[in-house]
Design a protein around this ligand. Structure first.
Ligand code: TXA
Ligand code: MG
Length: 356
């Protein structure tokens, strides 16, 4: 994992089991990590600029990368946004609470640090019952990036949160393993057509089944990542994409990278070479039979569906790092459903330059 040295106060991170105590700390401007169904989030009062500043330092997060604001109910949207567009309303009706973030015009009460100075805000209602209970008890819009050091894999367990952030945040609310395992889908809902900015647990086809005009940036989806001059139906052209990308500057930063070198493989047969060259190798398989030598020699993650792979993905990267793996091989998943988002995370973990 890439853990840049950043200066921050060292403090004692409390392990909490009480939602009420966690809510009290959030109301007092403290940094509290909590479970969501996608990945763990690091919560802070979104109206408290000073506390938000502490959060950016604790994560070592670049200040131009905006945070998502979390709410307990769709009806609370005026706490974060100035306007609920028809597209956002339709998408939230279909997918909230759940792994969807809609970008809307920002409410002035939200700290400009949360939105990295943008006039827009990402808004999400998580589905995890403990998160909803916490957000209700807090009664405030809570900004929460993924609860990991900036650049390293996201966390799906509270123990992994502590691995990255112990001594840098005020508390972690102990909760369940995140059910989905990868982050929410981010959709800009301000314009005429919703624009998919970050692929996530809700797939493009699902968004389009609710708002058919929804489009993806050419660079947002793996099949559009190769250099192309044409534009497929349902994608933006180069000029519009540049404009849309400028609205989400944080997406350019490196993400999800373990310490080990990551290589993507299309089939398990490519694994043999690596097994001969390195003492410890992590290999994640997408539902295929593991070759017998690999089973003996490597740290193996065997996932029997794309959903299962997404669920275990970040923890597998962390497990391989803990074991001291020099190389992690990831068998690519097919692009259907959550596979779209998982392929994106696999490519980023491998350090591929996705140019956004
Ligand atoms: O599932 C998730 O979304 C998790 C959980 C904790 O909710 N959160 C998460 O936050 O992944 P983070 O900070 O790791 O990623 C937030 C993403 C970034 O890519 C950021 O650029 C984008 O959302 N984003 C946030 N606000 C935005 C805005 N106003 N306009 C465009 N993109 C925005
Ligand atoms: Mg993150």
């Amino acid at each position: 994992m890439h853990l840049p040295a950043t200066r921050t106060d060292t403090l004692t991170t409390r392990r909490l089991t009480s939602v009420a105590e966690a809510a009290e700390l959030l109301r007092a401007g403290k940094l509290v990590a909590f479970a969501t169904e996608t990945v763990y989030g690091l919560g802070v009062d979104a109206s408290d600029s000073q506390a938000v500043g502490r959060l950016f330092r604790a994560k070592g997060r670049p200040s131009d990368n905006p945070l998502i604001v979390h709410l307990a109910n769709v009806e609370d949207w005026p706490l974060a946004a100035r306007e609920l567009t028809p597209a956002a309303e339709a998408l939230l009706k279909a997918f909230a609470p759940g792994p969807l973030t809609v970008v809307l015009p920002k409410q002035p009460a939200i700290s400009p640090r949360v939105t990295a100075g943008l006039d827009s805000v990402g808004l999400r209602i998580p589905a995890c019952p403990q998160a909803l209970e916490l957000l209700s008890a807090t009664g405030k819009p809570i900004a929460a990036p993924s609860a990991n050091r900036s650049g390293s894999p996201s966390c799906t367990t509270w123990q992994s949160v502590l691995e990255d952030l112990d001594g840098r945040i005020d508390a972690v609310l102990q909760g369940a393993v995140s059910a989905v395992g990868i982050e929410s889908t981010v959709v800009d809902c301000r314009g005429e057509r919703p624009i998919l900015l970050r692929p996530g647990a809700v797939a493009l086809a699902q968004l389009q089944s609710v708002v058919p005009s929804t489009i993806a940036l050419p660079t947002t989806l793996p099949n559009a990542m190769a250099m192309r001059t044409d534009t497929a139906p349902g994608e933006l052209g180069a000029e519009q994409s540049a404009e849309a990308m400028a609205t989400s500057p944080g997406m350019r930063h490196p993400h999800y990278r373990p310490r080990a070198a990551v290589r993507l493989v299309e089939s398990p047969s490519e694994v043999a070479d690596a097994l001969q060259s390195y003492p410890i190798v992590g290999v994640a398989y997408a539902g295929t039979r593991v070759p017998p030598r690999a089973a003996e020699m490597a740290l193996v993650g065997l996932f029997d569906s794309a959903e299962d792979y997404a669920h275990g993905f970040y923890e597998f990267l962390r497990r391989a790092d803990r074991a001291g793996a020099e190389v992690i091989l990831l068998e690519r998943v097919a692009e259907a459903g959550i596979g779209q988002a998982l392929r994106d995370r696999q490519a980023r973990a491998a350090g591929e330059d996705l140019s956004w």
